[in-house]
Each structure stands twice: as C-alpha cells, then as structure tokens.
Ligand binder design. Structure first.
Ligand code: BG6
Length: 514
C-alpha cells in the first residue's frame, strides 16, 4: 500500500514500472472525474515512470488530438487550481492516445493491439499493460474475453498484463460468479484487480494501521469490551443523472454489497500473518465475511430495513424532489435509496456484538463514520453526583472516514471544582491538521498499487462472492415482497423511523454524525 509521503520527483525507486494504461470508457464520467485527475496527481507526486502511456478507448469518433483537447478542456474542473501545472499536464497528455470503437466488436481489439505495438516500438514500456474497465458493467466480461482472444492477456516473466474491473461486480451472487468465471477464461486470478474505491480512501487504510500498529487498541477490540459497532455512509445527494443504473441497482447493490461490507471487513478481520502478502490480508477479509450470519426470510423482514426518499427541503429552504419525481425514474419505483441492517458475526472475537449498517441518499449530510461503542464501566462510582442516571455515557471511538477525516475518542472526565461532576469530553485527531491535505480522488493509491502488482486493496473472487452471499437472501425476499410504504422518509432526514427499531435496547441508538 502506498503511504501518503512526500516524494522526490527524481527518485526512481518509488516510481511504478513503465506501462501502457488502456482505459475502456475513456470519454465517460469516471475517467473524466477520477481517473485522469488521479493519474495527474501521481505524475505530480513523481510516482509514475516517464514511460507511462495511456490509450483511451471509447465510442465517440475522435482522433488522439481531439481527445487530448477534450480532456484538457475538462481537467481544470477536477483538479485543484493551486496544484495545476500546465507544463506538467502538457507532458502528460502528449503520451495519451485515443482509439474509437465498439467494446463488443472484435475489430476494436485488433486495432488496439496494433496501436499498443506501435507505442511499444517507439517507446520503452516493457510490454506492461494495465487494462481499466471504466465502462458500464455489462461490458466487463466482453472486454476481458476480447482481450484474451486478441492475445493481449498473456504474461511473461518480464511483462505484466493486468485488468482493473470497476464496481458493481455482478448484480447478484449468480451473475458475480458467472463474471468471475468469464474473467478467469482470459486472465489468471493474480491478474484481476476488482476495485472498491472505499479501500483506496486513506482513512479506510488507516483503520488497519490503527488496529495493528498500536499496542493498546487491538487487546480491547473484541466482544469483551465492545458493546456494538455502527457504520453510517450518508449522502446528501440524490440519484442525480444515474437513473438507469440506480433503478436497477438500489442502495443494497450500490453501497452495501461493496463499500459497507469492505468497511466492515477491515474493522472486523483478524490480524493477517503478514502485511506484505496481499492474499494473507484478503483471505482474512473473506473469512470474516463468510462468518456473518445469513438471514432466514423472517430475519430479513426483521433486520433489514429499506427506504426511499420523499420530497423535502434543504436548510436554506430549497425544495428537494421525491425519488419517484426525479428525471427518468419510474413513478411507482420500488428501488430503495436507503438500507439499514443489523448483522451478527459468528466468531470468537465478535460473539454477541451487533453491527448496525446504514446508508442512504438525500440525508442531511455527506458523511461516512464508524462508531465503536464500548461497554459501560462495570460499577457506577460517583453515585452521589450521578443519582439520576443509571450509567455514565459509554466510551465511544469514532472513526471519521469522510469528511473531516480523523479519529475521536469520547470519554468521561471530572469537571473542575469541589463537586464530583463528570462530563463527556473528546480526544480528537484530525488528519489534515497533522499531515496536511494531499490531493486525492481516492484512485491514486489503487492505480499505483495495481501498476506495481500489489493487490492488497483489491477484492479477490472469493471476497466478492462472500459479500453477495450475505445480501442475496435479502434481495430475494425484497424482490418477492415489493415495499408497500415507499416513499417512507423525507429528503434531508436520517431515514425511515422503522430503522430505529433495529436496536433492541434503549441505550443503543443511531449516532447521527455531528
Ligand atoms: C459509488 C456509488 O460507488 O459510491 C454512488 O455508485 C455513491 O452511488 C458513491 O454516491 C459514494 O462514494 P464517495 O466516495 O463519494 O463516498
């Protein structure tokens, strides 16, 4: 994994190997918003070899010059103007090429192979190719198959051939399994990098550093000390312009099946036997996902809550449309824009600890947070001053993934004065205060790691399927029983009231981000 370090531009040791990066979906949103800026940030940090070339493959009929112009006209919207260096950018795009073609047409791959060979002949790339599927998911299998047919996937000792596959990886367990099978016909497992951009976030990587790099944390990271854990991934935006994708996906497939389960596995995994071995880490993550209890149909109804946003208003009075009134959304849509669920893990460490997960669109804030609530102190001292309360507030550890990245410990302290009075206070670590802000789209580490052949932050085939095994019983019941109460939460609120009923004790409830 790449550390957020200051790099000497000339330090050849940290640079990723020479490569050609081939992006399918070169004119799409992901490429424009995330991938091109991430590549620029990597160049800026001196992490790419000067022999890194890019080929964009897309449907629009453009030549390479027109493509360069197109991305140059857009780039300033997605890069902080303070770090934009026109000379560096010119240097970077002079190594960008474009090939127009249909992803399903064999001829596209014949022409791609010829272009790759042409770049190889003119420049040194060591025959390392990274194929990036930034297309709609229906093309992932086809692209891999066509690359295989064109003879572009065979590795040698010197030449690496890797493929990055975006999410969503399948739409259910069966299709994910089928996609794995299709990819494996053209690529070996070690060549396949299934991306989940949450694993690229600094703060998510820091969960592992925090747990396993400190002597005080891990000994109390278990059922003896922890009461329960909550994961909230809240978004203030609605569906935006993604109706056709989102209507089919919904929050369960879009967020829970990947990002929230990825967070959960990093929080709950056992320590791997090595941090230098991607499989050692990924196997632990898969093991923990496999130990999550699968729901029976009755449990789905009790422990998995779905919601869809209704109209509402922002703090400043701006009206927000109901999901069903958004552009290109079915007036009777039963797609969920909110999910909350309670999970239990069958393991020695987590026996009896409930995990509460929730995610939703049109919530009051964009915020991703993990709250670890510790058990109460075993006996209540300070009786006199606390005679009205049964418990002092429990200690809480809050891992702020975004925004205001940091870690906060809430504990009780004595108020100064003669009386024995206690108050809850915070110990707060803020990433930006301590380390400053590095420009990041979340994709830099992932692209760099893939170029270097480090798959730690990518999902294995088993991991993906273990995730789908958890959500499949819920999807099946939800499909069989369409919701009758949609829309069931107002925009700009924290979701349906039903989600509060997941908590079976009065002293447990959702902790809304502050
Ligand atoms: C994407 C989902 O994977 O993650 C989007 O498809 C969601 O619906 C996005 O908005 C959230 O990512 P982030 O990094 O903004 O929290």
């Amino acid at each position: 994994m790449t550390a957020a370090i200051e790099i000497n531009q000339d330090d050849e040791h940290v640079k990723a190997p020479k490569s050609i990066i081939i992006i399918f979906g070169a004119t799409g949103d992901l490429t424009k918003r995330k991938l091109i800026p991430a590549l620029y940030h990597l160049v800026l940090q001196g992490l790419l070899s000067s022999h890194t070339y890019m080929i964009g493959v897309g449907k629009p009929e453009l030549d390479s010059d027109a493509y360069r112009e197109r991305i140059s006209s857009e780039i300033e919207n997605f890069i902080d103007p303070d770090i934009f260096n026109p000379d560096l950018w010119q240097k970077q795009i002079s190594k960008a090429h474009y090939l127009s073609g249909n992803f399903k047409d064999e001829n596209t791959y014949i022409r791609l192979k010829a272009l790759i060979e042409e770049i190889d002949n003119l420049s040194e790339t060591n025959d390392n190719y990274l194929f990036y599927c930034a297309t709609p998911p229906s093309y992932f299998g086809e692209i891999a198959t066509q690359l295989g047919k064109a003879g572009l996937t065979k590795e040698s000792q010197e030449a690496a051939r890797r493929i990055i596959v975006e999410k969503p990886f399948g739409t259910d367990l069966a299709s994910a399994h089928q996609l794995n099978k299709t990819l494996h016909k053209s690529f070996k497992e070690h060549q396949i990098y299934r991306i989940d951009h949450y694993l690229g976030k600094e703060t998510v990587q820091n969960i592992m550093a925090y747990r396993f790099g400190n002597g005080t944390i891990e000994p109390i990271w278990n059922h003896r000390y922890i009461d329960h854990i909550q994961i909230t991934v809240a978004e203030s935006l609605g569906v935006e312009n993604r109706a056709s994708y989102y209507e089919e996906a919904g929050a369960m497939r879009d967020m829970i099946a990947n990002h929230l389960l990825a967070l959960l596995s990093v929080i709950t995994m056992e320590p791997p036997h090595s941090f230098d071995d991607a499989d050692a880490i990924r196997d632990e993550q898969t093991k923990i996902l496999s130990s999550i209890q699968k729901y029976s149909p009755e449990e789905v109804l009790k422990y998995a809550i779905r919601g869809q946003y209704d109209e509402g208003a922002t703090e400043s009075g701006e009206n927000l449309l109901a999901y069903r009134d958004e552009k290109n959304i079915d007036k009777y849509s039963s797609t969920e824009t909110y999910v909350a669920m309670k999970l239990m893990i069958d393991s020695w460490r987590w026996s009896g600890v409930p995990f509460y997960l929730r995610t939703g669109k049109r919530m009051p804030a964009r915020c991703t947070e993990v709250v670890i609530q510790y058990k109460y102190a075993p006996s209540l001292m300070f009786q006199k001053s606390m005679d009205k309360v049964k418990h002092l507030p429990a200690n809480k550890l809050i891992l702020r993934i975004q925004p205001n990245e940091g870690i906060c410990l809430e504990f009780n302290a004595k108020k100064p004065g003669t009386l024995q009075e206690l108050s809850t206070v915070n110990m707060d670590f803020q990433y930006s205060e301590h380390f400053g802000n590095a420009p990041s789209t979340g994709y830099e580490t992932l692209i760099y790691d893939c170029l270097c052949g480090d798959a730690t932050l990518f999902k294995s085939a088993d991991n993906i399927e273990a995730g789908w095994e958890i959500v499949q019983p819920i999807l099946d019941i939800w499909e069989a029983l369409p919701p009758r109460n949609f829309p069931n939460y107002r925009s700009n609120t924290w979701g349906p009231e039903e989600a509060d009923k997941l908590f079976d004790r009065n002293d447990r409830c959702w902790q809304n981000p502050q």
